[in-house]
Design a protein around this ligand. Structure first.
Ligand code: OAD
Length: 257
């Protein structure tokens, strides 16, 4: 398999491909929100360096001791998410949608920042922190309406509330899984931004795109397991820098064609 090109002219090549693409889908991960102040999970400064995901982010942990999971994981994440705003990486993806280039964003993030940036077709593969779901009656409510003065917060039925997000050991929401697989199979370019591509089944999404002849373009400061296997280009750098540069190059392309 040919190696991804990480040459300085990669942005220009990516812009050329994107300017002429019919259907473009982005798959995003925690890296795109790093410049919004939300730490990633893996690598230096990652959340899983400080806490063991299997003891706080696994469904068994949540079911056995929701109070602990709220105190050790959810409360802190919620504060970070509440304080975060879309960064130039998010707004750049919205700009690509506005230019008629980007069709769909599949995100593993639960922060809602793509929607806040303006993207309209966003598949939340791992759910969202914007809603809480009752662990007893399954009723969902906006997180903003939940009384967080007691931890864990409770539903009107007395059940414990949890974020409507995917924990380890849980299934991907059916509709999100089907829609993501469908979008991946139908695109001719998949932009993979800020994901380590280590968590399944999200990490198979770019392979579905590639198997259906899409070109895979990554944006990441570091290579990932996809880079040497299926990526045609790696735009090496932070999303907040690389995406605006890419948008500018695409504008240049569109003006000259
Ligand atoms: P990771 O934390 O595994 O990976 C973050 C990626 O972002 C890495 O490849 C970094 O190199 C890259 N990165 C760091 N800074 C960046 C920047 N400024 N711009 C672009 N990229 C940057 O995050 P995910 O791949 O999203 O799931 O993790 C996948 C899933 O694992 C998460 O959705 C979460 C986690 O456990 C669940 O909790 C179910």
């Amino acid at each position: 398999m040919q190696k991804a090109s990480i040459m300085p002219d990669s942005i220009e090549q990516a812009a050329k491909l994107l300017a002429h693409a019919k259907t473009v889908v982005a798959l995003t991960g925690a890296g795109i929100s790093v410049e919004s102040g939300i730490p990633p999970f893996r690598g230096k400064g990652g959340l899983w360096e400080k806490i063991d995901p299997m003891t706080v982010a696994h469904i068994d942990a949540l079911e056995n001791n929701p109070e602990r999971v709220w105190n050790v994981l959810i409360k802190d994440m919620k504060i970070k998410l509440d304080n975060a705003k879309p960064n130039p990486g998010h707004t750049g993806l919205f700009e690509l949608e506005r230019l008629g280039i980007l069709n769909t964003v599949i995100t593993q993030n639960v922060d809602g920042l793509h929607q806040r940036a303006g993207n309209r077709d966003v598949i939340e593969f791992h759910g969202t922190f914007a809603r809480q779901r009752c662990m007893d009656c399954d009723k969902c409510m906006d997180t903003s309406q939940v009384d967080l003065s007691t931890i864990p917060p409770v539903c009107t039925c007395g059940g414990i509330l949890r974020p409507d997000a995917v924990f380890f050991g849980e299934m991907i929401p059916h509709e999100a899984l089907i829609n993501a697989q469908r979008a991946a199979a139908a695109c001719d370019i998949m932009l993979v931004v800020g994901t380590s591509a280590m968590v399944q089944p999200a990490a198979t999404i770019p392979f579905i795109a590639r198997d259906n002849n899409a070109v895979v373009i990554e944006i990441n400061p570091e290579p990932t397991p996809l880079t040497s296997r299926i990526s045609t280009l790696l735009l090496m750098g932070g999303a907040g820098t690389m995406i605006p540069r890419l948008v500018q190059q695409i504008r240049n392309q569109l003006e000259t064609t």
